[in-house]
Design a protein around this ligand. Sequence first.
Ligand SMILES: [Zn+2]
Length: 331
Amino acid sequence: MNNSKPHAIGLDIGGTTITGAIINKTGDILEKISIDTNPETCPDEVLERVYRMIDALLDNSNVPIDEIAGIGVAAAGVIDSKEKVIVFANNLGWRNVPIGKLLGDRFDFPVKLTNDANAAAVAEWIWGEGRGCQNMIYITVSTGIGSGIISGGRMITGSDDSGGEFGHISINPDGPQCLCGNRGCIERYASGTAIAERVQSQLEDGPHRKTFFGYEKASLLTSEIVGKAAEHGDELALSAFKEAGFYLGIGMTNLINLFNPEVIILGGGVMKAQHFMLPTIKETINERGIAALTKRVQVSISYLEQEGGVLGGAGLFFIDQPSLTNNLSYI
Ligand SMILES: [Zn+2]
């Protein structure tokens, strides 16, 4: 049953920035505020600032309280959506923060919680590139790689909210060690971190390359710098993105074979370099995939991007979600 209240508050809790917004059912952001997270301070202090931010959102907007369905929170890390607890958030240093109870006590609104990749998938599903689809996958490529999977009109989160770890599918049993304990995870080949590391190691190996796009200290390399170099036609940078695109394409072919999606949406900071990666991604999918499955899949780039977290958080109130084991549907 769709919620009859036409507005919801979306809250995106990231390691650097926390953004809150009041959003209506058509996906318009009526009011938005961002604050620095300053994760080194304790959760209570961070949450005090979040409470003041939500107060300000409510004051600044003319939306009556009784037209707000609730607060939908998107957070990175391990979360328990049923108990509404942030179990472990590496980027915040938070463990077992009962955010649902804390926000619920303070504001007397219902609270929902999901992880940031799932939130972005919900936003794409309701308002973005996945609109109207029953089978879609959102992939975020940034320092790490994550995904949100909607299959048969249901968000697939698994028994502990821990599914969708696309970045930790192994594509090479003898590949580089990953922090998750496995080897050869896609994240070790195609994340922003992996792209920067690949360029850095080649700079160190190649005596003829003392500098890279003006950055003499290779240790400062980021995928953003590699992106700038690629825009200037640097061959090493271009080949690093191409290689990442190849591995992403291999991983996405696995997803297509498993889930037969209508659309796969790519987002995250690294996809700013989409034009250096997308041709290789599509080529690889076409070469490696099963034609009957790949011919119908559309690969798109997210245009919600920065707003995906707040939109998806609020969007949790605009989809049917009686339980994760029952069907969801978009409005
Ligand atoms: Zn891994």
